[in-house]
Design a protein around this ligand. Structure first.
Ligand SMILES: [Zn+2]
Length: 118
């Protein structure tokens, strides 16, 4: 039996092997036919400040209040939770260390002599 998924639009089941029915696709946000960029405005439906309880319908004014109180907005980008990449191994430093050790060995230095070096 083919895999199926429940459709929230028509309340039926559709095969996942076939393209999702066009009528059941979520509606795309309404965009203008005019060639202009999507502008993100400053106004929003009223939001209560978590600091003072005041209501704001301006993003910039709410941010200004947060900044004034030293609050840092972190947003919801999951990338901020990813561990930072480890520093790459310094291949040149490893090579240099091996060459130095090789040179010491070839000069006939013993372990006790080597300990005098840092
Ligand atoms: Zn459907």
């Amino acid at each position: 039996m083919a895999h199926q998924r429940f459709c929230k639009v028509c309340r039926g089941w559709h095969d996942l092997d076939e393209p999702w029915p066009h009528n059941c696709l979520p509606e795309a946000p309404q965009r203008s036919d005019l060639p202009c960029p999507s502008v993100i405005g400053d106004t929003m439906s009223a939001v209560q400040s978590q600091l003072t309880g005041k209501l704001y319908d301006s993003k910039s004014q709410l941010r200004a209040e947060y900044r004034q109180h030293g609050v840092v907005e972190v947003g919801n980008d999951p990338a901020r939770l990813r561990p930072k990449p480890k520093a790459k191994t310094d291949r040149k430093a490893v090579k240099d260390a091996v060459h130095k050790a090789e040179a010491r060995f070839n000069r006939g230095e013993r372990t006790s002599d080597r300990m005098k070096f840092k």
